[in-house]
Design a protein around this ligand. Structure first.
Ligand code: FES
Length: 330
């Protein structure tokens, strides 16, 4: 599956907060953009070799233009800085939307947003408003001045705002605001890593099953700590497969490539001319997912569900192998 791109132009830009810029993007040729479901994101190529993923936050169904919101991050790897330098009339390239964070078919939806994580959840809320769906959105921000889209969210009967710099009683309290699991309810979480870890951990403590929790991260979780040196069974290198490396084999041709400790499976495949779709390179977007035919994967992604892992799915950009050989359906 290859990514489909189009040239786009910034048709509007405004500052939602001092650090969040909102961009409306239209096709440069004036045609309609692709349809998408709430929760979808697009790849944006801001400059040559600089591709970042941004959730679509406008109302789904509007195909004349897409809306994205970009946080100017202090620890930017270049993407948010380059986006913030764009002005109306500037051009860039965008790819067809992908979605691994869509609404599920349940009676009730609880949307939990932290900071810029509001973007996919805003699209979900707009869609649920349009279809009469039952939901509640909790939006957490450091302060009122750092909260985007307040004009849409404030005073909305299905939205509760939580600001870190205000009284403790209005801060997010999952015991109160989420409570114990309710059948027919799905929870959607998006935000910075610390927020995600807190919400997902607390929801699990409250008894919510993993199957009811849906998440989208903007950056990869920190890697797991290295295994104890004295771990039973020998080997034990975090690279998997002994000596820190392992062999990846393609099921279609039987070709084998060594994956050293300091390179990803995806890097090795691409360097050997294997056509392997990819986007984020961090195990968060799902674009590179392939099936494992043989071997024992060492999953290090933030995108696959437990069911998908059990079905044999695998992310070559971030995950590795526990066995000396890992055969992939490629
Ligand atoms: S490229 Fe995004 S999950 Fe692998």
């Amino acid at each position: 599956m290859s990514t489909t791109w189009t040239d786009a132009v910034v048709v509007a830009r405004y500052e939602a907060t001092p650090r969040i810029a909102v961009f409306d993007l239209a096709r440069a040729d004036g045609d309609e953009l692709w349809e998408y479901e709430p929760g979808a994101h697009i790849d944006v190529q801001v400059a040559t070799g600089l591709v970042r993923q941004y959730s679509l936050c406008g109302p789904p169904g509007v195909r004349k233009q897409y809306r994205i919101a970009v946080l100017d991050e202090a620890a930017s790897r270049g993407g948010s800085r380059a986006m913030h330098a764009l002005a109306e009339g500037d051009t860039l390239r965008i790819a067809a939307p992908r979605n691994r964070f869509g609404l599920t078919s349940v009676r009730r939806h609880v949307l939990l947003a932290g900071g810029i994580g509001i973007t996919p959840l805003l699209s979900m809320a707009q869609s649920l408003d349009a279809t009469g769906g039952d939901y509640h959105l909790h939006y957490c921000a450091r302060s009122r001045s750092e909260a985007a889209f307040l004009a849409d969210l404030e005073n909305h009967p299905r939205v509760t705002l939580h600001f870190d710099d205000q009284g403790p009683e209005q801060r997010l309290d999952l015991g109160r605001d989420l409570g114990e699991p309710v059948p027919g309810t799905a929870v959607y979480v998006c935000g910075p890593g610390g927020f995600m870890d807190y919400v997902l951990g607390r929801a699990a403590e409250l008894g919510w099953p993993a199957s009811a929790l849906h998440k989208e991260r903007f950056s990869a979780s920190p890697p797991p700590p290295p295994p104890a040196a004295a771990a039973a069974g020998g080997g034990g290198e975090s690279g998997g497969g002994g000596e820190g490396g392992f062999t990846v084999r393609l099921s279609s041709t039987g070709a084998e490539y060594l994956v050293p400790e300091d390179r990803s499976v995806l890097d090795v495949l691409l360097a050997n001319g294997v056509e392997a779709p990819n986007s984020c390179g961090q195990g968060i977007c799902g674009e590179c997912i392939v099936r494992v035919c043989a071997g024992e994967p060492d999953h290090r992604d933030d995108v696959l569900t437990d069911e998908e892992r059990a079905e044999g799915l695998f992310t070559p950009c971030s995950s590795r192998s526990k066995s000396p050989i890992l055969e992939l359906e490629l």
